[in-house]
Design a protein around this ligand. Structure first.
Ligand SMILES: Cc1cc2nc3c(=O)[nH]c(=O)nc-3n(C[C@H](O)[C@H](O)[C@H](O)COP(=O)(O)OP(=O)(O)OC[C@H]3O[C@@H](n4cnc5c(N)ncnc54)[C@H](O)[C@@H]3O)c2cc1C
Length: 382
């Protein structure tokens, strides 16, 4: 891993022609602090991009040199990936910054945000400006460029509700594209970018945000109650989007471990969707089972409840165990040492235990990255 890769040769030749791309790439980078699960990971080459022209330059060098045989992998905040111990790919890290106002009326403001902007900071910034719509997505880790990939969602809002377009680079053809929200083909935690991994590099995201402080969505869980408390403290009759954001920050800080304190990648398992018939049969045995009706006679079951009832709250296979307060979250107790393999062992143990008890298969939510930068499938893990 420490030997010169074919990419180094391209970098050297670029240096000779006076390009600054050599300053952007480094060999054999340690990425264990670049993923919130804190898994040990060494990558062959990391290329940091701080503007779009650098990507054009890099891709020209990549395509013309021998490096084009090395796969590319896009990494942002590392909060939704399970990285391998050795990543034999060229890692592209979009770190372009900037927030521009594109259009503004009394009712709305259109902004364009560069991929490298921290997502939570963007949410706080927009709400403080009086631009609303993103407040329910506060405290989701990661960078803005990654947000469209799984159409991030929380507390009744999904990214697609405010997203207008994405500017993205198509890596196979080395061309820039303007993709409308419908081009992105968003679904629940899904998009064209997730379905075709390492094909697109998102560099800008366009949003339309509204300016009506009375237009809030606070119907989830305790959001309304806590937001109202904030409103009362300020002598306001009704909660504002700022109160909603603060309520959601409070709830998330209580409910979810901070990856900086205890490494994790958020919800590890998806909530499984089973036939209503199976759900009712389980309900007869376990009256407290948590489920939400879905179309086509299906029911979405709370994976956290299943894991907890299988006796695995705080359990797993050390050093990867479920969180004491939130069984859906897997935590890493030996940061920068535990590997993807340790996660696989714990994942299989938990999923098998749940399957034996409930005959329900659990699927993983974070993206499994193979040694060549390709992504693992979201196959059932039992
Ligand atoms: C504590 C915690 C809580 C979370 N809560 C939520 C939640 O409530 N809702 C939710 O939806 N998610 C949640 N997540 C998951 C995660 O934060 C989001 O998916 C986030 O958008 C990932 O951003 P990132 O920058 O870390 O992406 P990364 O993990 O770096 O990348 C994720 C995927 O996107 C691809 N990618 C990244 N950037 C780009 C780009 N610019 N262009 C193209 N592809 C790209 C990567 O190749 C990878 O496949 C949570 C995670 C944690 C750790």
């Amino acid at each position: 891993m420490t030997q010169a890769s074919p990419l180094d040769l391209s970098i050297q030749s670029l240096t000779a022609t006076g390009s600054s791309i050599d300053l952007l790439a480094s060999s054999s980078s340690d990425l264990s602090q670049a993923n919130t699960m804190a898994l040990a990971c060494l990558a062959d080459t990391v290329v940091t991009l701080t503007d779009e022209a650098q990507l054009d330059n890099f891709m020209t060098a990549y395509a013309e040199g021998t490096a084009h045989k090395i796969p590319l992998f896009v990494l942002s905040g590392g909060s939704n990936v399970l990285l391998p111990a050795e990543l034999n790919a060229i890692v592209l890290q979009p770190k372009m910054r900037g927030i521009d106002i594109i259009d503004q009326t009394d009712d709305y403001v259109d902004i364009e945000v560069m991929a490298g902007e921290n997502w939570h900071d963007l949410v706080v910034h927009t709400v403080n400006q009086g631009w609303y719509g993103l407040e329910n997505l506060a405290l989701i880790p990661g960078l803005t460029g990654a947000a469209p990939v799984q159409n991030i969602g929380a507390y009744g809002v999904q990214l697609e509700d405010c997203l207008q377009y994405v500017r993205a680079y198509h890596l196979p053809t080395q061309t820039w594209h303007h993709l409308s929200a419908s081009d992105c083909a968003f679904g629940y935690r899904d998009s064209i970018f997730k379905r075709t991994p390492n094909t697109w590099l998102i560099s800008r995201v366009g949003f339309r945000l509204h300016t009506d402080p009375n237009n809030i969505l606070a119907s989830y869980g305790d959001v309304q109650t806590i937001a109202q408390r904030y409103a009362d403290q300020q002598g306001r009759k009704l909660p504002t989007p700022h109160d909603v954001m603060q309520a959601i920050i409070d709830i998330r800080q209580q409910k979810l471990p901070d990856p900086k304190q205890l490494p994790n990648c958020g919800s590890f398992f998806q909530n499984p969707i089973i036939a209503q018939e199976q759900f009712m049969a389980l309900q007869a045995i376990y009256p407290t089972i948590v489920g939400y009706p879905m179309p086509d006679a299906m029911t979405k079951v709370a994976a956290g409840w299943l894991i907890e009832q299988a006796g695995l709250k705080g359990g797993g296979v050390a050093p990867i165990v479920t969180h004491q307060q939130q069984a859906l979250v897997l935590t890493n107790h030996t940061p920068y040492q535990a590997t993807q393999e340790d996660v696989a062992i714990a994942q299989h143990y938990i999923a098998n235990t749940v399957y034996e008890k409930f005959a329900i298969q659990l699927s993983r939510e974070p993206v499994w990255i193979n040694a060549d930068g390709s992504t693992g499938s979201t196959e059932h893990v039992v």
